[in-house]
Design a protein around this ligand. Structure first.
Ligand code: GLA
Length: 730
């Protein structure tokens, strides 16, 4: 990694392992984007890349003549209302009412390492393993400064970018829009790939050609949401899993965001990613600063698998902080689908006893242990044990620990039930417009996490319990999205800040709990995978992937999630059949094939198991211990195109030394033999010259496995059939 700066020509370049990202200050002072892609030699003359001929209806700044209009030049941080009619990356409203914004170059500096973003999750690295280029731009119309930071990292193709706004002026301004990422291209020959879905249908990868106009997705929900994910890929039209140029962008943020890709009138692209300007407006008083969330950028010339591998490695090394990230997670059993709200201490202990006998390592007590909660109508906010249901809770946890099991507990910290002690005491803590209609979802309301006293209350209550009881894991849920976003604690002029302050409050609570309990394992959750993002991964090394625990449905969910996120971050369990979401029954092998690809655990009533089921579970537990190092630390390859949305799919993990391989191939639906193609599992990432031996004793060269593959036609000929192959090289 390197940063190249030429003060005389005001040229800047970032070099990663395999890419160059270059910028240069243009004639009118704007910071222009020169190029981004495979490595180039920056000593060559690149000036043509930032020059554009005269174009009709494209104004130029005074003194610039008719060419070089801001409307056609590729920019790094496009301003508003000063000649660039494409989407804008920053907009500052001044005291005089004008929002015209034109950031121009002022200075730069380069330094080792990168500072943390106050109150926000962001990538981190040792000073020696990372370099940062900071370019300061100044808004010609106000004097407000934008500090654009770009960091590059050792052995990585990821570039981290964020923007700080500093109000050095003597008047209060408002940030109406501030994008973390802007990426301009002079052509639009790309397909757009992005994760989309819904509750129990998260992160299905959509691939479509770009078309003129704006293609946009995002969230106004106050969280990233089930529907989209804050990242996208621009892929050359011929790019596939293992070849072709691809560019990935991912936002390290857990709130409302927007991702917009505009194909402009000159067939260029402007891509933006950042906080959603809808319902966002931040007052910046003289001397104050505002930090955008961080965005990550990555380039690969070797297709989507290589891009994902870069992203996984980066998230593991530079985003997830938990001491658990490289550790084998305890195999857990969660009581939710086994009991729902209907449990007592005897039932929970019975599950724990059975779990211990099967080799399961942690019991997680889900929703319903607190207040008077026996259904979803009450008690959120009252994080006090329901002793009627659970008796002496501390004693129960001790008995569970005595079985050799860890103990984990479910919380939904951001929520409040109208029927709760907390609501009786603090109705003003609810996010709503006082005296006006408010919306309910799952019968619950939302706490105003922008208020310090709310975060304090939650910290004290949860930390109090964690101090008293030996709780080693918490499942942090969030089962509804924000509505009537208004804080009774903020003045009228700052209501546009509430949604972002809410997210900052959520981050602060995580931070404080982790400071107090550094070894606490947090599993994020939001009605399944409704807040699966790099922001949450900064605090929680794993996130429940989806409330759809049907293994067949999990194929596109988990493969889609793998576009950006590592397998070790995906909460995946073997659940009961018929499945509670789909009514489908599939074999234990098939369920394990998916669950072993994530954090692994069980979500069913194990006390009802037959002797045959006990035997199966013990085998699965052994398989987890055998494979999990590889799944967690190995390189992941999708071996089929389409991110699991096709009838058959395959994937594998390869150890760093390429000695060990675990491959999984699945078929969703049997077809008559007249319709069924032969199926070959073709591997990737192996050492061509090594000989790999399967558990049945067959051996093949890596070259054969990658270029011809192993026939799996018969094994994949039934509904929900799978093969799992473990290979070792000599
Ligand atoms: C959400 C979670 C589930 C479970 C329930 C409890 O839906 O995704 O796993 O914890 O809440 O209410």
């Amino acid at each position: 990694m390197a940063i190249i700066c030429n003060e005389a020509t005001k040229f800047f370049a970032l070099e990663t392992m395999n890419s160059t990202y270059a910028m240069q200050v243009g004639n009118s002072g704007e910071l222009l984007h020169v190029c981004y892609g495979g490595k180039i030699d920056c000593t060559d003359d690149l000036s043509a890349l930032t020059q554009r001929p005269d174009r009709a209806f494209s104004p130029s700044p005074a003194g610039q003549g008719r060419s070089n209009s801001l409307n056609v030049l590729p920019a790094e941080l496009a301003g508003f209302g000063s000649g660039d009619f494409r989407m804008t990356a920053c907009r500052i409203k001044k005291a005089n009412g004008s929002s015209v914004t034109a950031p121009v170059y002022k200075s730069f500096r380069v330094y080792n390492g990168k500072p943390a973003l106050p109150g926000l999750p962001a990538s981190f690295a040792a000073e020696t393993a990372c370099r940062t280029l900071e370019i300061t731009l100044e808004d010609l119309f106000s004097g407000v400064e934008f500090l654009l930071s770009f960091s590059v990292f050792d052995n990585s193709d990821v570039i981290a970018r964020s923007v700080k706004v500093v109000n050095n002026t003597s008047e209060t301004v408002e940030i109406e829009n501030l994008m973390s990422l802007q990426l301009d291209f002079d052509h639009a020959d790309f397909d757009l790939l992005y994760p989309q879905g819904n509750w129990a249908y998260e992160r299905h990868i959509e691939r479509m050609p770009l078309h003129p106009g704006i293609q946009s997705f995002g969230s106004v929900r106050g969280s990233t949401g089930h529907q989209y994910n804050p990242g996208f890929v621009l892929a050359a039209k011929t790019a596939s899993e293992n070849s072709g140029e691809v560019y990935g962008a991912l936002l390290v943020y857990s709130g409302s965001y927007t991702a917009d890709i505009q194909v402009d009138a000159f067939s260029g692209i402007r891509a933006l990613l950042g906080i959603n300007p809808e319902n966002f407006c931040w007052q910046l008083t003289p001397g104050a600063e505002f930090h955008s969330p961080e965005a990550l950028l990555c380039y690969s010339a070797e297709g989507l698998n290589a891009l994902s591998a870069q992203s996984h490695k980066f998230i593991m090394e530079h985003i997830i902080r938990s001491p658990w990230k490289h550790a084998k997670r305890p195999i857990l059993v969660n009581n939710w689908e086994a009991t729902y709200f209907d449990f007592d201490d005897n039932k929970i202990y019975a599950i724990a006893e059975k779990a211990a006998s099967l080799g399961i390592e942690m019991l997680v007590l889900d929703d319903g242990w607190f207040g008077e909660r026996n259904d979803d109508n009450s008690s959120l906010g009252d994080w006090f044990v329901n002793t009627d249901k659970l008796g002496d809770f501390a004693a129960l946890v001790k008995r569970i620990n005595a079985l050799g099991l860890k103990f984990g507990l479910w919380f939904e910290p951001e929520m409040i039930s109208e029927k709760s002690k907390l609501y009786e005491k603090h109705p003003e803590w609810v996010l709503c417009v006082p005296g006006k209609r408010r919306s309910y979802a799952r019968n619950q309301l939302i706490l105003d996490m922008s208020r310090k006293e709310v975060v304090d209350y939650l910290f004290e209550t949860i930390a109090g319990l964690l101090k008293e009881i030996h709780i080693e894991y918490i499942k942090w849920d969030m089962n509804r999205n924000l509505t009537e976003i208004f804080s009774a604690a903020l003045p009228a002029g700052q209501q546009g800040e509430v949604a972002h302050r809410y997210v900052m409050g959520v981050y602060e609570l995580h931070e404080r709990l982790l400071q107090a309990f550094p070894d606490l394992l947090i599993e994020g959750c939001s009605g399944g995978g409704g807040r699966f993002d790099a922001g949450m991964l900064y605090y929680a090394p794993q996130i429940w992937c989806s409330d759809d625990s049907d293994a067949l449905e999990r194929i596109p969910i988990q493969l889609g999630t793998s576009l950006f996120y590592p397998c070790s971050s995906m909460g995946a369990h073997v659940s009961v059949c018929p499945n509670h979401q789909t009514g489908r029954s599939v074999s234990y092998d098939f369920r394990a094939a998916l669950a072993l690809g994530g954090t692994f655990g069980y979500e069913l009533d194990i006390t009802k198991f037959t002797a045959e089921e006990d035997k199966i579970i013990r085998e699965q537990v052994a398989a987890y211990h055998k494979y999990n190092d590889l799944v967690r630390e190995g390189r992941f390859f999708r071996l089929s195109e389409g991110f699991g949305r096709t009838n058959c799919a395959a994937w594998c993990w390869v150890s760093d030394d390429r000695q060990e391989v675990l491959a999984v191939a699945v078929c969703k639906q049997a077809r008559p033999c007249s319709q069924e193609p032969f199926k070959r599992l073709r591997f990737a990432g192996l050492d061509a010259g090594k000989v790999y031996t399967l558990e049945d004793g067959r051996s093949f060269h890596g070259s054969t496995l990658m270029n011809t593959g192993i026939d799996v036609t018969v094994a994949l000929s039934k509904d929900a059939s799978c093969v799992m192959l473990y290979l070792k090289a000599k």
